[in-house]
Design a protein around this ligand. Sequence first.
Ligand SMILES: NC(=O)c1ccc[n+]([C@@H]2O[C@H](COP(=O)([O-])OP(=O)(O)OC[C@H]3O[C@@H](n4cnc5c(N)ncnc54)[C@H](OP(=O)(O)O)[C@@H]3O)[C@@H](O)[C@H]2O)c1
Length: 263
Amino acid sequence: MSIRDKKITIIGSGNVGFHLGKRLFEMGFSIYQVFSRNLDKATRLATAIDAHPINQLNQITDQSDIYIIAVKDVGIGRVAHVLSESVGNQKIVVHTSGATSSELISKYFDNYGVFYPLQTFSIEQEVDFEQIPFCIDAKSPEVKETLLELANYLSPKVYRISDRERQILHVAAVFVNNFTNHLYSVGEDILEKEKINFDILKPLIFETARKIENQRAEDMQTGPAKRGDTDTISQHMEYLDKHPEYQKLYKTLTESISKHKAK
Ligand SMILES: NC(=O)c1ccc[n+]([C@@H]2O[C@H](COP(=O)([O-])OP(=O)(O)OC[C@H]3O[C@@H](n4cnc5c(N)ncnc54)[C@H](OP(=O)(O)O)[C@@H]3O)[C@@H](O)[C@H]2O)c1
C-alpha cells in the first residue's frame, strides 16, 4: 500500500492536531477520525478535513493505518493505553511531543514512532509547513521509512532524530522559543505600562533573528552585558526596582551573558 492510501486518525484537536490534520488533508491524505474530549472542538476540525469527530477514546476504530497522538504530554500514556485496547498493537502509532520518551507508547505498540514537528503552533496562527523541521524516530526500519515518507509530503526538512537527541533539542527549543517569547512579553508589559508603542521594537526583534541565519548567535551578542558597561546596567537595575520579577530576570541574564563572554 502506498503512503498516499494510508488512512490517518488524529487524536487531539489542539494546536498541533489542528494544523497537522489540516495540512495532511490539504496534501491529499484521508483523515478518518478526529478525537477531542470536547465534541465541538473535534467537530470543528473534523468538518474542515472530512473526518468523523469523536469525543471518547474507546470510539477510535481500527480502520486507520496511522494514529497520530497529539494530546498534552501528560495524557499521552493513558491515550496510548486505551488506544491499544481498541486497535491492537500492530498499527503505526506516533506521538508529536518533543519532551516525551517514545517508551511511553512503545510498551503498547510494536510499530510505534515519534513525529515531532519542531515549530511553535497556535490554532489561530497559520504556519508554513515547508519551513517546519520534522524529527522522526521509530524502532522498526519499515515504520521509520513510512514516517519519513509521510513527513516529506509536509516538509523538505525531515530529520532522523533519536529519543535522546529530540529531548535535548526540546531543551534548546525552550530557550530559543519559549524563553525569548516570554522576554518579548516582558518588554511588551514594560512599554504598555509606560504607554510606549511596542511596535517600535519589532524591527529589532526581526533583525536579531535574521542575523543568526548565517552567524553564530554568540558572535552576534550585543548590549551592555556583552560590553561590560556597568553604568548602564546599574541604571537599568534602578529603573527595574518597580518590577522586582523583571529585575531578577535582568540580573540572571546579564550574569549569564557576562560568563558566556568570559569563556
Ligand atoms: N504547540 C506547540 O507549539 C507544539 C509543537 C510541537 C510539539 N508539540 C507537542 O504536541 C502535543 C500537543 O500539543 P498542543 O500544543 O497541540 O496541545 P494542546 O493544544 O494544549 O492540547 C492538545 C489536545 O490535548 C488534549 N488533552 C489535554 N489533556 C488531555 C488528557 N489528559 N487526555 C487526553 N487528551 C488531552 C486536548 O483535549 P481537549 O480538546 O479535550 O481539551 C487537546 O485536544 C504535545 O505533546 C506537545 O508537546 C506542541
